[in-house]
Design a protein around this ligand. Structure first.
Ligand SMILES: [Zn+2]
Length: 139
């Protein structure tokens, strides 16, 4: 254990806890369930709960988007400040890569606001910005 880096040690711990908790419960093939469209069941599952806890701990319950530590390459934070993370977001959506649904490396801790932004839902909650006055065309 001493030879492991801290990140490896926490990942090792995650795998051990996951296996222990799994033993006591019915096991699900989440990859198959997600392919079948059972994503709600997945998000409500203990397996996701364990992953969620692990990722939030790893990221110190801090929103990685507004920390400037992570973005999706499309959206950028409009301020940089440590704020509390409440959500765990899958970087590659589970429907695209069901095999990565329980991979902590495919997950990042986000605040509610950052999550709405990266999922493109925020525009429904805020007033639209003024439209530009003219559209320039160069063709
Ligand atoms: Zn998400």
């Amino acid at each position: 254990m001493e030879l492991l880096k801290e990140s490896e040690r926490t990942l090792f711990f995650y795998v051990v806890v996951m296996k222990k908790r799994r033993k006591r419960r019915k096991t699900y093939d989440w990859q198959l369930e997600i392919i079948k469209g059972n994503t709600t069941a997945f998000y409500k599952s203990t397996d996701f709960d364990i992953l969620r806890e692990f990722v939030l701990e790893r990221d110190h319950y801090t929103c990685q988007f507004f920390l400037g530590a992570w973005d999706d390459g499309i959206h950028k934070p409009h301020f940089i400040k440590p704020i509390r993370a409440t959500t765990v977001h899958h970087i590659i959506p589970i429907k695209e890569r069901p095999d990565l649904a329980l991979d902590p490396d495919n997950c990042v801790s986000l605040s509610h606001l950052a999550h709405e932004i990266v999922e493109d839902r925020h525009r429904f909650h805020f007033k639209k910005k003024k439209k530009p006055i003219t559209f320039e065309r160069w063709d």
